[in-house]
Design a protein around this ligand. Structure first.
Ligand SMILES: *Cc1c(COP(=O)(O)O)cnc(C)c1O
Length: 479
């Protein structure tokens, strides 16, 4: 049984390994704020390090652990760093980290209720709790945990197709009477295009509609486009409103889009992958007005709610629809779920064998409470507002009007301060110095800007000041 010592390790080695592992994690979370936010290593150096490993001989477990920690420490953008002003990736809440470790060890199977009733009930309880936060009636609504917003958006497109076209489930797109069309704003997330492709609709089924000065979808332009598509014999079926766009934190006018969707009998999806957390904070909740009228909602826990990667929800106010899209019966799966009154996750989701995604959210919420999560969201929002003011004082101009903590900005103190070339050079300089992580984007596809998002509940005023000073440094060097 030589393999036992290699896979299960000996009791003495396990004891050492756990000690080392927890020490490493504690060391990482406490010292990362003092480290460079990212390192720049070329792919050749990276691959040459790995090339020496051919797996013909095993290595001591602690050495393997050190190897991984060294790689992660040295060769990644540290998204948990308080000066990572990046793409919605959070510093994970500590209870989420503990939950993920526990889940890996217990390895509950979330395909069927009968295998992991506690885990399935926890997820159902949580999904219902979140439906309530968005204004759905928890007794009527439903939801499923997903790997991320991309899967949640894909799930929503499938739900919309299945709801709108009764023959879709059996006949697929070939059974549809005309080309189905879905509407998004030009600022919407690319995962909706990917979903259209994965559903077999093709990306031409997605109509990007223009935005107004606040970067929100223009409902008049949408109404016009809808009319023309109907006249052309096409089959519109879905509108997606984005609540917190990825580039600029813009929120589409959900109420107007809900009115339009009802008049035209279309499925309304709200992609609130990031911005949905505003629902937890009373003074931000009005930004999401109308979201309770959505047929489905995407909400990522691994963004603004600080869950470790791999946690999202697709919520819907149609309690039957997920089953309609995903349910199959097999001879080899247990059937206790129907007796228990809780659906089997495999009949409710794209995934079959599935990780217990909900525990990291459950333990975080159990410890922090809604108030604790709201306080974190409120803090990050305040840091966003503060960053806007600091940038303004230093001669940078914010170009995205939003209350959410993402700032897109240009340089007003130089004649080239609005060009992508210059702004990219500024971002590159800040990132290369390891001082902070920021990026560039383009609003409306044509207005370049630097982009800084507060996405870490540990980010404080000194971190904002460090960013502004790194920007000033970049500006001086480029002058
Ligand atoms: C991040 C994001 C997505 C995709 O979610 P993942 O969790 O990264 O798969 C979709 N829509 C919006 C608006 C996002 O910000």
């Amino acid at each position: 049984m030589e393999h036992l010592d290699r896979l299960f390790l000996t009791p003495a080695t396990r004891a050492e390994l756990w000690d080392r592992l927890t020490a490493m994690i504690e060391n990482y979370v406490t010292t990362v704020p003092g480290a460079p936010v990212s390192s720049r290593v070329g792919p050749e150096r990276l691959r040459s390090r790995l090339a020496g490993l051919d797996f013909r001989q095993g290595m001591p477990p602690l050495d393997a652990l050190e190897m991984a920690a060294e790689g992660l420490w040295g060769l990644q953008v540290h998204t948990p760093h308080p000066r990572y002003f990046g793409l919605f990736n959070p510093a994970p809440a500590i209870m989420g980290v503990a939950a993920d470790a526990l889940v890996a060890a217990f390895n509950p199977q979330l395909a069927a209720w009968s295998h992991s009733p506690w885990a399935v009930e926890v997820e159902q309880h949580l999904a219902r709790a979140f439906t309530g936060r968005f204004g759905y009636d928890p007794a009527e609504a439903d939801g499923t945990f997903c790997s991320g917003g991309a899967e949640a958006n894909h799930t929503a497109v499938l739900a919309a197709l299945s709801h709108t076209f009764p023959d879709f489930d059996r006949g697929g797109v070939r059974a549809l009477p005309a080309q189905p069309i879905m509407y998004v704003s030009t600022e919407a997330h690319h995962s909706l295009l990917k979903a259209a492709r994965l559903c077999g609709l093709g990306t031409e089924a997605v109509r990007p509609v223009g935005v107004d000065a606040r970067l929100g979808l223009d409902p008049d332009a949408l109404a016009d486009r809808l009319r023309r598509d109907r006249e052309a014999g096409l089959a519109p079926f879905m509108i997606t409103a984005t609540a917190g766009t990825t580039s600029a934190g813009a929120v589409d006018p959900i109420t107007s889009l809900a009115d339009l969707a009802r008049r035209r009998n279309l499925w309304l999806h709200v992609d609130a992958a990031w911005g949905g957390a505003a629902a937890l904070v009373p003074e931000l909740r009005p930004l999401l007005e109308g979201i309770e009228r959505a047929d489905s909602i995407t909400f990522d826990l691994h963004k603004w709610l600080s869950a470790p990667m791999g946690a999202s929800l697709c919520l819907t106010r149609h309690p039957e629809i997920l089953g309609k899209v995903f349910r199959f019966t097999t001879d080899y799966m247990p059937r206790e779920a129907s007796a228990a009154g809780t659906p089997d996750p495999y009949g409710h989701s794209m995934q079959w064998s599935r990780r217990f995604i909900g525990l990291k959210v459950f333990l975080t919420l159990a410890v922090a409470g809604w108030d604790g999560l709201a306080a974190a969201v409120r803090h990050m929002t305040a840091m966003g507002a503060r960053l806007r003011r600091e940038l303004d004082k230093a001669g940078w101009e914010a170009v995205n009007p939003t209350r959410l903590p993402v700032v897109c900005f240009v340089d007003t103190r130089t004649s080239t301060g609005r060009s992508l070339e210059y702004l990219q050079a500024v971002a590159d300089h800040v990132v290369a110095a390891g001082a902070a992580w920021i990026s560039t984007t383009r609003l409306r596809g044509d207005t370049p800007a630097l982009r800084a998002c507060i996405t870490n509940y540990r980010t404080g005023i000194p971190d904002l000041e460090a960013l502004v000073s790194a920007l000033e440094d970049a500006r001086r060097r480029l002058a």
